[in-house]
Design a protein around this ligand. Structure first.
Ligand code: AMP
Ligand code: GLY
Length: 421
């Protein structure tokens, strides 16, 4: 089978690696891919928002299965754009992708279907904002409505902080905003929970805990993710049942009630308190770096699984994960998440010899003149799978130290809640 993968991050390199392992896969194209995927697939230099060129390329190259990694093309309707082709495209359509594309859309579903989440209010102009926020209880959370790459969320300690947030949102920091969301601050611990869904049936697809802050001890600025571990320490079958019953089933019913269905990965971002789940957000894709952490534990043939999912045949599939413990640590460019240098050579990367349980997935890299260059803030993902979290983490730190990239930094405490426990 000829497979196409859209995206260029660590998540897509991890997907590409797993797709390559399948005996069903005959060729892979990554659009646009990165230096890591170029060793496994043919990278194709087309922008991910150029649907017309992507479609022409897929038809010309006889791609049979197209996997969409990131949210933006999904929210923009790439799946709908391919509906006049026979290509099996994996991901939700434009309507269903609003689960990530509009926080207000999701909150309205939560209210209608009684899905547990933080109490919320939609505010539609700055006068209402001032009135509401001056009488509100703090801390509270303010969220821009559309896609904001994880940056449109403000945790506000007091009225002044909330005013700054609303001014930034209405000034257009996250696109033209007519409204925003205010919600209660939820106490608890976060967990990322995943399913794969074929429109009618879904299967559990792993859990992880992400470390979003740049500094050790979860301090400092928010980032795209500095690393994570899987499975989450919060996971248990009782909780899983509650998540399915209280959150996932009603959401999939809501999507059906809108006259469509959900196909693809669904990322359920949760706050867990006293073994009760509260929805924080949905993402209509795998997490990054959760995907890099979870996929090495998957025992299924991913090409076969995703293809069967596209055909609506997930019901008879058994999705199996190993019992092992996986940790991913992200190596970043010095300065991230603020300014960092681009196009710095990463020496020695091709000299590192990986053991069977170790993986390096590229994120912000490219190849120029036979050299691997870092050009993104999050550069490489290092993953190790073993029988316990401590071994996995020690193994990765050793690997990163062997690379010894002078322009990078990483958190040494990823998984601190499970290491040594
Ligand atoms: P979101 O983009 O909605 O996932 O929010 C980004 C991050 O902000 C989440 O991963 C949480 O860490 C935090 N967050 C969002 N909403 C809340 C909330 N209601 N209470 C506490 N923390 C929140
Ligand atoms: N790891 C967070 C995300 O993928 O949105």
């Amino acid at each position: 089978m000829i497979v196409g993968i859209i995206g260029s991050g660590g998540r897509e390199h991890a997907i590409c690696t797993k797709i390559k392992e399948s005996l069903k896969t005959t060729k892979i194209f990554c659009i646009p891919g990165n230096a890591g995927t170029s060793a496994l697939a043919e990278n194709v230099d087309i922008k991910i928002n150029d649907f017309k060129s992507i479609k022409n390329f897929c038809l010309k190259s006889k791609i049979e299965l197209l996997i969409i990694g990131p949210e933006q093309p999904l929210v923009d309707g790439i799946v709908d754009y391919f509906s006049d082709t026979k290509i099996n495209i994996f991901g939700p359509n434009k309507k269903a992708s609003q689960l990530e594309g509009s926080k207000i859309f999701t909150k309205k579903i939560c209210a209608k279907y009684k899905i547990p989440t933080a109490n919320f209010k939609i505010i539609e102009n700055s006068q209402d904002a001032k009135k509401f926020l001056s009488n509100a209880k703090y801390p509270l959370v303010i969220k821009a409505d559309g896609l904001a790459a994880g940056k449109g969320v403000y945790i506000c300690k007091d009225y002044n902080e909330s005013l700054v947030a609303t001014q930034e949102i209405f000034a257009g920091k996250f696109g033209n905003a007519q409204s925003f969301l205010v919600e209660d601050y939820l106490e608890g611990e976060e967990m990322s929970y995943f399913i794969i869904c074929d429109g009618d049936n879904y299967k559990f697809f792993g859990t992880a805990q992400d470390h979003k802050r740049v500094g050790e001890g979860d301090k400092g600025k928010n980032t795209g993710g500095m690393g994570c571990y899987s499975p989450s320490r919060l996971f248990n079958s009782d909780l899983s049942e509650k998540i399915n019953k209280k959150i996932i089933n009603p959401t999939l019913t809501a999507i059906k009630d809108l006259g469509t269905s959900y196909k693809g990965f669904l990322y359920v971002g949760l706050m867990i308190k006293n073994n009760e789940p509260y929805l924080v957000e949905f993402n209509v894709r795998m997490g990054d770096p959760e995907c890099q952490t979870i996929l090495p534990l998957l025992e299924n043939d991913l090409t076969e699984l995703i293809f069967n999912c596209c055909l609506g045949k997930l019901k008879n599939e058994k999705v199996n994960f190993s019992e092992k413990k996986s940790i991913c640590i992200v190596l970043c460019s010095e300065g991230y998440p603020e300014d960092y240098k681009k196009n710095i050579v990463i020496e020695n990367l091709d000299k590192l010899i990986l053991k069977k349980n170790e993986y390096i997935f590229h994120a912000g890299t490219k190849i120029e003149n036979n050299q691997i260059l870092a050009f993104g803030g999050r550069v490489l993902n290092f993953i190790s799978v073993s029988n316990n979290f401590k071994n996995s983490r020690d193994d990765i730190i050793d690997l990163i130290n062997r690379l010894n990239w002078k322009h990078g930094f990483f958190r040494k405490d990823i998984g601190y809640k499970v290491v040594n426990k």
